[in-house]
Design a protein around this ligand. Sequence first.
Ligand SMILES: Cc1cc2nc3c(=O)[nH]c(=O)nc-3n(C[C@H](O)[C@H](O)[C@H](O)COP(=O)(O)O)c2cc1C
Length: 239
Amino acid sequence: MDAGETFHRDTALSWPGVFSGLFRSKPPRPAQYKTYPGAERLTLPPPRYEGLPVETAMRERRSVRNYTREPLTLPQLSQLLYAAQGITGSMHSQPLRSAPSAGALYPFEIYVVAHNVADLERGIYHYAVRAHQLELTASGDFRNHITRAALQQDMLGEADATFVLSAVFDRSRHKYGERGYRYVYMEAGHISQNIYLQAVSLGLGSVGVGAFLDAEVNKLIGADGSKEAAIYLHAVGSR
Ligand SMILES: Cc1cc2nc3c(=O)[nH]c(=O)nc-3n(C[C@H](O)[C@H](O)[C@H](O)COP(=O)(O)O)c2cc1C
């Protein structure tokens, strides 16, 4: 059996599996929020609540791979991050976000590889969702790194910014065991779709990117590839 079939079989739910799973040990719950205490921080402009009707955004959405190189603005970046993972409400004092998450466990961290954002130093940033802030994790020009990591897909270097959707698996596995892996992949799709539709509403172009060298992207964001790993990339640029 190949790896894909094994994965699907081993993460399938069945009644006996559900019952035995109740007694199977699960990994401890990791911290809900990653933080970079010494990092330079930038508070993002607040999100706005207006734009295209969702029906129009769906109709207009296409994967866009050519960009004008006009810089993204901070309000646009802020809005895209808010669409990806912003806190939009709460239930029993538990913050809830723009994209759905199995058990409201929110396994994803979002990193931004920023090349061309007005008033933002080039570098790699972590999105601190609670404060709606960016934390600078590495400064520099990473256009070549991200392009190479994405199997030389040139649009990654030409986009204004690339979002890296990175999963901390144990946030889901802590509750759902191995099934949690499936949820993580489903959630990446939700987040990416929000970015797609938000980009359309902002008049920007974007494309989801699944073809990348895992180890290289993980290295860029400081993920170990096992407890945390990049799952999906999403490039955004002006059009
Ligand atoms: C999981 C996934 C992975 C993708 N990976 C890439 C990619 O690596 N490179 C790319 O140019 N487009 C990628 N795409 C975009 C698809 O090529 C695109 O969605 C498809 O051609 C349909 O076009 P549309 O998005 O414009 O409707 C990916 C899309 C998905 C959903």
